[in-house]
Each structure stands twice: as C-alpha cells, then as structure tokens.
Design a protein around this ligand. Structure first.
Ligand SMILES: Cc1cc2nc3c(=O)[nH]c(=O)nc-3n(C[C@H](O)[C@H](O)[C@H](O)COP(=O)(O)O)c2cc1C
Length: 220
C-alpha cells in the first residue's frame, strides 16, 4: 500500500465485522509494532491479544460501563452542546463511539497494550500507531481507545491476570476487525492553522487548503 494512503486514511474504524483476523495478519501487525522506537530503546511494552469470545464479552461489558462513566464526567453535556452548535463532526464521533460501546463484545480481536517505566508516556504510542498502520495495510480496521485504562484498569487486570504490582499499566485497548464501512480521508483543521514558524504565534505565509494526498493521488 502507498505510504501516504495509509497515513491519510488510517482512521478510528469502530464499525467492524465479527470475521476473525487471521493469525499471520495479527503477527504482522505486532511485528511492525515492535519495530517502532521507544525511549532508550527500552521496549517496556507487552501486547496482549484477546480473541476468546467470553473474554471479549467481559471486556465489552467493562468498555460499555467506562463509556457511560466518560459521558457522565469528561463528556458531560458534549452531545447537547454539539447539537446546539450544529457540530456534525462531533455528533458523528459520538454516534460511532456509541456503536463501539454497544458492540465491543462482537469485535473479533482486541489488542491490549501495556507499558511501564515510561514516565512521559510517550514511548508506547509510536508502536501503537505502527500497529494501526500495519493493520490498515492488511485492510484491518482499528480504533485507539483509552477508556479501559482510564476507568477500568483494575477490573481489566483482574480479568487478564496483568501484574499491576510490577508496574504494568494499560496504555490502550485496540479493537480490530474488517470494516463494515469505507476507508476515508481524515478531515482535520488545515495545517497552516496549527503550524507556527520561528516563534510561537507566527503563522506561516503558505497555506494548504486541501489535503495534499487524496484518493486521486493514486491515479485510480
Ligand atoms: C489518545 C486517544 C484516545 C482515544 N480514545 C478513544 C476511546 O476510548 N474510544 C473511542 O471510541 N475512540 C477513541 N479515540 C479515537 C478518536 O476519537 C479518533 O481518532 C478521533 O475522533 C479522530 O477520528 P478519526 O481517527 O476517525 O479521524 C482515541 C484517540 C486517541 C488518539
């Protein structure tokens, strides 16, 4: 797959089918993940794959509870505010997130990512993102989720036998599966709005009004 296509279209792909992800594809995703950099090449990570139906169901129950907690705390009033503003993007994210909370138990594969001795928390996400890009290359959709680590750290550790007392922490849980929908370009605020040159607040003279990669870049 074209590198830019993977970079521009690897999205939160929450709506996935229950079709299993073959072992060779899982191995390829994880082998790509562990090629990523970590501070001092410390590789303080563990990647726990879960496909067992009853364990995924239990994770689904915990995920749905965590989603409710998120909506009662950090996301409190978010839906109403988005409705008032007519903010379609946020409403789409909330609706797709609700779908995942309602269907987490059906996902064929969940990769739980653990790190330790990573005070900045920055050593784990290059690997997470590499895994998601590798999955994209195989046509497998992924979603980076942090809700289980935020709200259900102990419950998930009890379920999976994770030794929290040895310093391991859940950094992310990544449901993976074959997409029910289509891949699309990630829409973002334009790059010139979020880049400064030389000094804070100094916007560049250049502008990039449209994404520099589009599907037509592939010449299809
Ligand atoms: C650090 C981080 C945590 C996230 N946690 C969750 C989560 O717990 N649940 C979820 O459904 N999506 C989660 N997401 C996915 C984002 O909501 C999503 O990537 C963002 O809305 C942009 O959408 P896109 O990836 O489809 O372009 C998370 C993303 C990041 C980077």
């Amino acid at each position: 797959m074209d590198l830019n296509e993977a970079l521009y279209t690897t999205r939160a792909m929450r709506r996935v089918s229950s079709e299993p992800v073959p072992p060779d594809v899982v191995q390829s995703m994880l082998d790509a993940a562990i090629r990523s950099p970590s501070g001092g090449n410390s590789q303080n990570w563990r990647w726990l794959t879960v496909t067992d139906r009853s364990t995924v169901r239990e994770l689904g129950v915990l995920y749905a509870e965590a989603w409710v907690e998120l909506n009662e705390t950090f996301y409190k009033g978010a839906r109403e505010a988005a409705l008032d503003r007519g903010d379609e993007t946020t409403l789409r994210v909330l609706s797709s997130s609700q779908w995942l909370a309602d269907n987490f138990h059906r996902v064929p594969l969940v990769v739980l990512v653990y790190n330790r001795n990573d005070p900045s928390g920055a050593s784990i996400f290059p690997g997470v993102w590499s895994m998601m890009l590798a999955a994209r290359g195989h046509g497998v959709g992924t979603t980076l989720t942090t809700l289980l680590g935020m709200f259900k750290q102990t419950e998930v550790a009890d379920l999976l036998g994770v030794p929290l007392d040895k310093g391991w922490q859940n950094a992310a849980a990544i449901p993976c599966g074959y997409p029910l929908g289509r891949w699309g370009l990630a829409e973002r605020a334009p790059v010139h709005d979020v880049v400064y040159e030389e000094r804070w607040g100094e916007q560049p003279e250049w502008r990039v009004e449209e994404a520099l990669w589009t599907e037509s870049s592939l010449g299809l």
